[in-house]
Ligand binder design. Sequence first.
Ligand code: C5P
Length: 231
Amino acid sequence: MSDDRLIVALDVPNVVHGLDLVQRIGDAASFYKIGLGMLTGGGLALANELKGELGKRVFLDLKLFDIGATIEAAARGIARYDLDFLTVHGDPQVVRAACEGKAGTDLKILAVTVLTSLDRADLDANLIKPGDIHDITLERAARALEAGADGVIASPQEAAMIRALPQARGRLIVTPGVRPAGAALGDQKRIATPHQAVADGADHIVVGRPIWQADDPAAAARAVIAELPAR
Ligand code: C5P
């Protein structure tokens, strides 16, 4: 079994490409993230197949946000698929509703704090209170965890400060924006290496393009895992 601290983001358009990639990666990775980009391309069916047929772990990255009753129903429905992680926005009422919906199952609810694509000007446009974006991220993480989230999504730059929160004890930190030494950054700006992200407190790292765009995705996944600190 491969090291499940690595989650490979399957950011390909459909189930056919997704399955092909998973087969090429083989036993070099055991945890996959399926997001909104593949939802209309059979993403849920692929999630089911990865989990049920291929024995992989699955992170469904849907970043849900809605009224409590709808979030609760969505989380309850997704929990029936026996997947591993589901993302919702970190607003406490959303987190509470998602936790209600998945109660009694093994599905973990991960909260998104502040999207890393947003800067202070975007927060102003969204009428989010004044203040440093890192402080707001930290405060949202604390509130989401207090509301019952099993963990948070954080940029590697925020992992250490979130790990230091008393509310984060025993909870998960999952970090995208991870680049192996020497890999292309793509549109990621605030990045860290796999080793640094885990050393700073991440339980799982999410890596997409450096693996799925590689000529040999299995070798790329193994190289990322080789960079992780010893367990
Ligand atoms: O290709 P790359 O390694 O940049 O992919 C990272 C994955 O993590 C993508 O699926 C992206 O949507 C997701 N993600 C991210 N930054 C966030 C939240 C999610 O890069 N803050």
